[in-house]
Design a protein around this ligand. Structure first.
Ligand SMILES: [Zn+2]
Length: 299
């Protein structure tokens, strides 16, 4: 090499190294609509992702307050992870429009609909004329660990597509997640032996019930999204005689005043479950807490 070009050569190497280091170190900016999805992205992505979650665990995912700051996050996002099946239909489309991020279009790598690959329950059963908020079937699949693992596998693929240099990391973290899920799957098999009957507040626990072998006697809401009337509560008291439930299950974001009265009247426990992973909680920790609350309330 000519001696005069050597400093130029060194400068070029330094420049290329700095570019490579920055590219490797810059985390993917991910926006997840729901806490459980955010937890899954963190579980798979580790330090290679920076995750913003829009809904909080104590917000009903059908009705999230679309704050302007969410559009700013979406504008910067390399990847949007959403639940799909129209769960976010009331608040996400307007945020995406406001974000003006041309990458966030269905079909693009930056748009990840987590419901693809899920065997949807209750599809074609909605009666929209009555205000049913599940027009495309039941969208609440993330409380079933088996469905969560399906989402995790697809997430690892998508993250690898967007950040190929981190593919090994994502594969390793996915393998760890699948391995760590095994004891929970074994506990689920034990719970299935109990054949629990449960009364759910909203039609949101079908996947959980399917996974844990529970039978749902009814929902406290007469239709998804329709609050119970006093008449409905009388019906549920009568139903308990012919088809008894062992517990009432509801997410923390639903009102619990009437269900506490109902649980007292029926003399069964009211189990209030979190509406999603709390900040810093992994997806498996969230599922473990959910299972434990059911195990503890089971007769
Ligand atoms: Zn719902």
């Amino acid at each position: 090499m000519h001696t005069r070009s050597f400093p130029v050569f060194i400068a070029l190497i330094v420049f290329l190294c700095s570019v490579a280091t920055r590219a490797a170190a810059a985390p993917l900016q991910v926006v997840a609509t729901l806490p459980d999805l955010g937890a899954l992205v963190r579980d798979i992505g580790g330090d290679a992702v920076r995750v913003t979650v829009l809904a909080s665990p104590d917000e009903d995912p059908h009705f999230v307050d679309p704050r302007p700051s969410y559009a700013v996050e979406l504008h910067r996002a390399d990847l949007l992870v959403l639940n799909g099946l129209d769960l976010e239909i009331g608040w996400l489309p307007s945020l995406i429009r406001a974000a003006r991020n041309p990458a966030l279009i269905r079909g693009n790598p930056a748009y990840f609909d987590a419901s693809e690959g899920i065997a949807v329950l209750e599809a074609g059963m909605a009666d929209r004329s009555q205000g049913d908020v599940h027009p495309l079937g039941n969208p609440h699949y993330l409380t079933d660990l088996r469905q969560g693992l399906t989402v995790a596998r697809r997430l690892a693929e998508r993250l690898s597509q967007l950040a190929p240099q981190q593919k090994t990391l994502f594969s390793q973290r996915l393998a760890q997640l699948i391995d760590a899920a095994r004891p929970l799957l074994a506990r689920a098999a034990n719970l299935r032996q109990k054949h629990l009957s449960v009364l759910a507040y909203h039609q949101s626990l079908s996947y959980l019930e399917d996974w844990l072998g529970m039978t749902q006697t009814a929902t406290v809401e007469p239709k998804p999204g329709i609050p119970p009337s006093p008449k409905r509560l009388v019906e549920l008291v009568h139903l308990q005689d012919s088809n008894p439930a062992a517990m009432i299950l509801q997410e923390a974001y639903y009102p619990d005043k009437l269900t506490r009265l109902l649980a007292d009247k029926l003399d069964i426990p009211l189990v209030v479950i979190s509406g999603g992973a709390s900040p810093g909680q992994s997806y498996l920790e969230r599922i473990e807490a959910l299972m434990r609350s059911i195990e503890e309330a089971a007769p």
